[in-house]
Ligand binder design. Structure first.
Ligand code: PMV
Length: 313
């Protein structure tokens, strides 16, 4: 039987998280070792317009009509129907699976949304263009994140490193030569929505202080963009660590994240920082390809539940 499928990578932020929500730049890369996959199979034997959603990772095996309307899976499907001006979907099974850890700063929500949008618009005979796919996923991100910057949906849709400023045209970042990143997961799941809200409350109380921090993060990110373009890894590593110090000041680090960052650097990483919303989730460390395994083992020994070595190109 024909089926329609889409696989979409995870992502990780290298520079500029939180500041990006306030209009400063950020840099993020796709992580292809983890993927969200959606497969849609027509179901000719089911009653008309019966859509079955199977998402074992989140314990869903149900008729679409039975899911709460605010469920992000329902929301994304509804948005595709609205975009394509389609009233109902022919009977089918939508199977969603993902190897992207959730609530860990790896963009799992955005990747699942994009995989649904692509496979469903294909199934309905009108594949949507990347820009529209990204816009729809951004709207769904609001359920996950509250006030998202849009960086997650952008990176996973285009599957390229990006230099991102909210509401600006996307700038693809082409490194001078490939470089290696080790990602290490604290195993602590903290919804991005929570840390974004906490930062917003701090900003409302002390706008001046927070803008100083954001502006310093912004200038690190701009320098990092040049280092990546020039292949200046000696400069790039310390910039990661400086960005981490500013995130500590912002109050979004934790002792577990700080410990993984310290151990990565002790093991020989050029620099390291927390990545994403913070308080839990992942760190990223810059390394040469030769040292990557050693750094990954050091991070695991320091308590990381998972490490991923990825090459940025
Ligand atoms: O936790 P993540 O990787 O989904 O990223 C959150 C990044 C923030 O800047 C904190 C929020 C955002 O929407 O950009």
């Amino acid at each position: 039987m024909p089926h329609f499928s889409a696989s979409v990578p995870g992502k990780i932020i290298l520079f500029g998280e939180h500041a990006v929500v306030y209009g400063y730049p950020a840099i993020a890369i796709p992580v292809n070792k983890v993927q969200a996959k959606v497969v849609i199979t027509p179901n000719i034997y089911a009653a008309e317009h019966t859509v079955i959603i199977i998402a074992p990772d989140v314990g869903i095996h149900n008729d679409l009509d039975k899911l709460p309307i605010r469920n992000p899976l329902c929301d994304v499907i509804q948005r595709v129907k609205t975009e394509l001006k389609v009233d109902s979907i022919p009977s089918c099974t939508i199977k969603i699976s993902s190897t992207i850890p959730v609530a860990a700063g790896l963009g799992s929500g955005a990747a699942v949304s994009v995989a649904i949008i692509r496979s469903l618009s294909g199934f309905l005979g009108r594949p949507l263009q990347d820009e529209i796919v990204s816009n729809i996923a951004y709207e769904v991100e609001k359920i996950h994140h509250g006030t998202p910057s849009g960086i997650d949906n952008t990176v996973v849709v285009y599957n390229k490193p990006v230099y991102f400023i909210k509401n600006h045209p996307i700038e693809q970042l082409v490194p001078w030569q490939p470089f290696t990143i080790v990602i290490g997961d604290t195993g602590i799941k903290v919804p991005t929505k929570d840390t974004v809200r906490e930062v917003r409350q701090k900003w409302e109380k002390n706008q001046r202080k927070l803008e100083i921090l954001f502006s310093a993060i912004g200038s690190i990110t701009r320098t990092a963009r040049q280092s990546i373009k020039k292949g200046d890894w000696e400069q790039l590593g310390p910039l990661l660590t400086e960005n981490h110090a500013l995130l500590q000041e912002l109050g979004v680090s934790s002792k577990e994240l700080d410990h993984l960052v310290d151990e990565a650097i002790k093991a020989g990483a050029e620099g390291a920082k927390l990545s994403g919303g913070g308080k839990g989730g992942n760190i990223v460390a810059l390394t040469s390809i030769e040292k990557a395994e050693v750094i990954a083992s050091a991070i695991e020994k320091a308590g990381a539940v998972r490490t991923i070595i990825t090459t940025v190109k």
